[in-house]
Design a protein around this ligand. Structure first.
Ligand code: CP
Ligand code: NVA
Length: 312
């Protein structure tokens, strides 16, 4: 039985602030146990079927190793072999996998496919990135900020770049953790209106501010965190050249970082395109926490799995 209010983990919007705090507390506990070499097999003999329709390093490896550390098993399904919606319908795959696995993870293009899988499956569905959202990433990111800064309330988080899946999930997460968020994106590349409306409503309830600007310089002023992501996401490769020109002023370089607080944390979900959205100097510099973020995917996802599968 899930210890979270929803059957699935699809969007942070569906979580309460208390559930996010619970995930963070359990992630911290699991991280400590793992570092101390203490067994924590809360998901003994449980299993996760993983469907990846886009490439992945961090997500695939952290979920697979995470399940193993929890005493369970993750099975990787090759998209070409499974042919979701091609070889057979999404519903038939959902129903079949539900008979074998205790949860199903999917990384795909259309968000609607994640929703359809969730509707048809009797086991929990985990959204491991769609064109619209990347909730596992955003939770690991705010967990990282909490770890480094102690508390999240009242801090300023500046997201610079494309109003994409990562940006959308950060917007939802900011409201749940009580952190102000300023986004700077080029005109026409701001976050999607449907997400903005929901995230603004969540933000209002939480008493935080989410601002959307077109100027990176004002966005990073007094920021405690500067975050960026690639300018062309997976599936948008054909737009890369055009986007490089449009986003040029949105590069996170030392000049921009110098405008934020001295101890600003620089974040990136990775994979990064050095010399495009972030310079090598900044990503390898003293303010960068990108590999702590990457590591925390493991601990936060183990907490999500454990709560979803009722393992603790
Ligand atoms: N940040 C992230 O999700 O990385 P991968 O695409 O490598 O999984
Ligand atoms: N916005 C990026 C995130 C990769 C983890 C993409 O969708 O490609």
């Amino acid at each position: 039985m899930s210890k979270l209010s929803k059957k699935d983990f699809i969007t942070i919007h569906d979580l309460s602030a208390a559930e996010v705090a619970e995930i963070f507390d359990l992630a911290a506990e699991l991280k400590k146990k793992q570092q101390q070499g203490e067994k924590h097999e809360y998901l003994w003999a449980k299993s996760l079927a993983m469907i990846f329709e886009k490439p992945s390093t961090r997500t695939r490896v952290s979920f697979e190793i995470g399940m193993w550390q929890l005493g369970g098993l993750a099975v990787n399904l090759d998209q070409e072999a499974i042919g979701l919606g091609v070889r057979e319908t999404v519903g038939d795959v959902a129903k079949t996998l539900s008979r074998y696995a205790d949860a199903i993870l999917i990384r795909t293009f259309e968000h609607a496919k994640v929703l359809e899988l969730a509707q048809q499956a009797s086991v929990p569905i985990i959204n491991a990135l769609s064109d619209l959202l990347h909730p596992c990433q955003a939770l690991a990111d705010f967990f990282t900020v909490r770890e480094k800064k102690g508390s999240l309330k009242g801090l300023k988080f500046a997201y610079i770049g494309d109003g994409n899946n990562v940006c959308h999930s950060l917007m939802f997460a900011a409201a749940k953790v009580g952190m102000n968020l300023t986004i700077a994106a080029p005109k026409g590349y701001e976050p999607k209106e449907e997400i903005v409306e929901l995230a603004f409503a969540d933000g209002k309830k939480a008493g935080i501010e989410i601002d959307i600007l077109n100027d990176p310089v004002s966005a990073v002023k007094d920021a405690d965190v500067i975050y960026t992501d690639v300018w062309a996401s997976m599936g948008q490769e054909k737009e890369s050249k055009k986007r490089k020109k449009i986003f040029a002023k949105f590069q996170v370089n030392q000049q921009l970082v110098d405008l934020a607080k001295k101890d600003v944390m620089v974040m990136h979900c990775l994979p990064a395109h050095r010399g495009e959205e972030i310079t090598a100097e900044v990503i390898d510099g003293p303010n960068s926490v990108v590999f702590d973020q990457a590591e925390n995917r493991l601990h936060v996802q183990k907490a999500i799995l454990t709560l979803l599968l009722g393992g603790v």
